[in-house]
Design a protein around this ligand. Structure first.
Ligand SMILES: Nc1nc2c(ncn2[C@@H]2O[C@H](COP(=O)(O)OP(=O)(O)OP(=O)(O)O)[C@@H](O)[C@H]2O)c(=O)[nH]1
Ligand SMILES: [Mg+2]
Length: 341
C-alpha cells in the first residue's frame, strides 16, 4: 500500500504511457462495439414489440406487403389510382376484379375508399352458421395434391380440441404411400383417435367407419382426409363422389362441410381447380394454405369473389397452431396498413 504512493521511476512512467497509448484505440473500439450491441438489442426488442402488435394477417401477408412496399416505399395518406391498380395486379388479384374494385374511384385514393371496396369483394360469399352444429359435425377435406389437406386437418383438430371438443380423424387418403402414417403421426401428436385401413383399400369404407365411430362415441367433430387429385382424373373424381354418398349413408346429412383446400402460392390458378371440384361434389367453404409463403395474397379477393364461397381459414405455417380464422376486415387492414398512413 505504501509503495502505491511511492513516486514511479521515470522509465516506468514512460512504459505505462506507451501501453496506454497502444491500447487506447482498442479500448475506444471495444466501447463502440459494446454501444453498438446495446443499440442493436434495443432495436430487436422494438422490432419484437412491433411484430407482436401487428395483426396475424399483417404477418401472414408479409411477402405480399413486401411486394407492395417495393412500389410504395413510404406510407401515404392518398395513393394515385394507377399505383393502386398496379399494387392490386401485382398481388395477383384478377384484372376483372381489380376493375370491379376500382370502378369510379378518384385520381387519388384514400385508405377508407379502398378499404370499403376491397371488403365488399368478400360480400358475395354466404355466411356459415356455426351455432347448433349437428353432432358429430362431419367435414370432408378435398383438394389437389400437396395443397395442404392433411396438415390443415391437424390444424383444425388442434383448434377444436383446444375448444374442448371431442375430435376423431379418418385417414381417407388410402392412395398415396405414407399418407396414412402422416395423419397417424399428427393424431398421435394431438392425442386424437384416428380410423385407418391399409393403403389401397376403399376410402369410402374408411369414411363410413369413421363416421360410424363418431356417432357411436358421441364425438363433436369428425374430419376425413382424402387423396390429392386433379380435376381431370376421372376415376379419382368418381371415387370422391362415392365417398360423399357413403358419408350420407353412414349419417344422413353428412358430410356437413366439404372443404376445399387451396394452395395460396398458386394464386389465381387455384380458382379453376375449385370451380371444377365445386361442380363435381359441391364445395361449402375454402381454406387457403401457405399464405405465409406467397406474395399472391391478393388472389384471395378473386377466389372468394369468383367462387362465391366463404374463405373460412388461412394457413400461415406448418405447425398445428398456424391456422387463423379468415376475417375480411382484418385481412384488408393487414394489407393496407403496409402502404397507407
Ligand atoms: N408454409 C406453409 N406450409 C404448409 C402450410 N400448409 C401445409 N404446408 C406444407 O405443405 C406440404 C404439403 O402439405 P400436406 O398437408 O401433406 O398436403 P396434402 O394436400 O395433404 O398433400 P397430398 O396428400 O400429397 O395430396 C407440407 O410440407 C406442409 O407442411 C401452410 O399454411 N404454410
Ligand atoms: Mg395429404
Amino acid at each position: 500500500m505504501f509503495s502505491f504512493f511511492k513516486k514511479k521511476p521515470k522509465e516506468e512512467e514512460i512504459i505505462e504511457e506507451k501501453i496506454v497509448e497502444a491500447i487506447e484505440p482498442d479500448i475506444i473500439k471495444s466501447n463502440e462495439i459494446i454501444q453498438d450491441i446495446i443499440e442493436k438489442k434495443e432495436e430487436i426488442v422494438e422490432i419484437e414489440q412491433v411484430t407482436k402488435e401487428k395483426g396475424f394477417f399483417a404477418r401472414a401477408l408479409e411477402k405480399t406487403i413486401n411486394n407492395f412496399t417495393s412500389i410504395v416505399p413510404k406510407k401515404q395518406e392518398k395513393i394515385s389510382f394507377d399505383i393502386v391498380e398496379e399494387l392490386l395486379i401485382e398481388s395477383d388479384m384478377e384484372y376483372e376484379i381489380v376493375e370491379l374494385a376500382m370502378d369510379g374511384l378518384p385520381d387519388m385514393v384514400t385508405k377508407d375508399q379502398l378499404r370499403h371496396r376491397l371488403i365488399s369483394l368478400f360480400e358475395h360469399a354466404p355466411d356459415i352458421d356455426t351455432s347448433n352444429l349437428p353432432q358429430p359435425y362431419v367435414q370432408l377435406i378435398i383438394g389437389v395434391n400437396g395443397a395442404g389437406k392433411t396438415t390443415t386437418i391437424a390444424k383444425l383438430a388442434s383448434r377444436y380440441k383446444k375448444a374442448g371438443k371431442k375430435v376423431i380423424l379418418g385417414a381417407g387418403d388410402t392412395f398415396r404411400a405414407a399418407a396414412i402414417e402422416q395423419l397417424s403421426t399428427w393424431a398421435g401428436k394431438l392425442e386424437v383417435p384416428i380410423i385407418k385401413t391399409k393403403q389401397g383399400h376403399d376410402p369410402s369404407a374408411v369414411a363410413y367407419d369413421t363416421i360410424h365411430s363418431a356417432v357411436a362415441k358421441n364425438f363433436d367433430h369428425c374430419i376425413i382426409d382424402t387423396a390429392g387429385r386433379l380435376q381431370t382424373q376421372t376415376h379419382l373424381n368418381k371415387e370422391l363422389q362415392k365417398i360423399v354418398k357413403v358419408c350420407n349413408k353412414a349419417y344422413e346429412g353428412s358430410p356437413h362441410q366439404k372443404l376445399m383446400i387451396l394452395d395460396g402460392t398458386q394464386g389465381n390458378s387455384a380458382i379453376a381447380q375449385a370451380k371444377a371440384f365445386n361442380e363435381m361434389v359441391g364445395i361449402d367453404g375454402i381454406i387457403v394454405t401457405k399464405l405465409d409463403g406467397t406474395s399472391k395474397g391478393g388472389a384471395l379477393f378473386s377466389i372468394s369473389n369468383q367462387l362465391e364461397l366463404p374463405i373460412l381459414f388461412v394457413g400461415i405455417g406448418e405447425k398445428a397452431d398456424d391456422l387463423i380464422e379468415f376475417n375480411p376486415d382484418e385481412f384488408v387492414d393487414g394489407l393496407l396498413d403496409g402502404i397507407y398512413l
